[in-house]
Design a protein around this ligand. Sequence first.
Ligand SMILES: [Zn+2]
Length: 125
Amino acid sequence: MARRFSYARIKSHRNYEIEELAECVGVTPQTVRTWIKEGLPAITDKRPFLIVGNPAKAFLKEREAARKVKRGQGEFYCVRCKQPRKAALGLTETATMANGRRVLKGFCDVCETPCSRFLPASDAA
Ligand SMILES: [Zn+2]
């Protein structure tokens, strides 16, 4: 699961170099470079690349909102598709872990990647 990053610490009117933004948000510079490839607004016509606080905040906020996609009943979040997916053939199985948490397992119906999700404790068998 992706780590939460604290975009709230970004100052809106500051310009950040990649390393500065990485440190501010609590990720590696490589992650910031990936974000730039994925559309994080940055001034990249000369080095050092500069990232303006306000659009960076908006980008990360939007990104976080996209991650919170609600899954429907029996759906998994497929890490390969990066989307909620139904279980292939509607087949799922429930496993109980050593710590008592229950896990629903299945395969993504699009790419067949094995998926699993924790079941809420209240979801009694
Ligand atoms: Zn998939």
